[in-house]
Ligand binder design. Structure first.
Ligand SMILES: [Zn+2]
Length: 169
């Protein structure tokens, strides 16, 4: 097991985790409404629902995309999924949370340190799930590395260590 456990690895219910990160939460019908974390929201435009499988569904009625809402709330996309959910570990689920810059490369300017650390953990997990460090992972590691001031080799080494030492997901 790795020493550092990202916040997204805790075992609390996704709905509790998400609601705890939002402001102005109140019940509404079968779900909740809250202030959208991504825009200057005075009307509680964000609707939150818990799906039958425990997954959290978010919708900003002002039109913010879900990734931006999640990121602005200090959460990772995987936080919307229950622990052990297969969807949670699908590479596309969280690769889709990485803002893409020009040339289709990950743009991490919008990530604070905590999110970068979380992203790193998720990169390592993807490497583990795939059992290899493919080009997209390596590219992402390089960009993360630049933002953290460490080399891609160091990060790739950390990801390889994660592959070899962690139990299968
Ligand atoms: Zn919004």
């Amino acid at each position: 097991m790795s020493a550092a456990i990202p916040a997204s690895e805790d075992n609390s219910k996704p709905i509790d985790r998400v609601l705890a990160h939002l402001e102005g939460v109140h019940r509404s019908g079968a779900g909740w409404m809250a202030k959208c974390s991504h825009h200057d929201d005075r009307q509680a435009s964000l609707s939150i629902r818990e799906a039958d499988d425990g997954k959290v569904l978010l919708h900003c009625h002002a039109g913010c995309d879900t990734t931006s809402v999640v990121t602005s709330a200090g959460l990772a996309f995987v936080d919307l999924f229950p622990p052990g959910s297969r969807e949670r570990f699908k590479p596309r689920t969280w690769l889709g949370t990485i803002p893409m810059g020009p040339n289709g490369r990950p743009a991490l300017e919008s990530f604070g340190d905590d999110r970068t650390a979380t992203l790193l953990g998720e990169l390592a997990r993807l490497a583990k799930v795939r059992g290899t460090l493919d080009k997209r992972i390596v590219d992402a590691l390089r960009v993360v590395g630049e933002s953290l001031g460490v080399s891609r080799e160091q990060l790739a080494g950390a990801a390889r260590a994660a592959i070899s030492t962690e139990d299968p997901a």
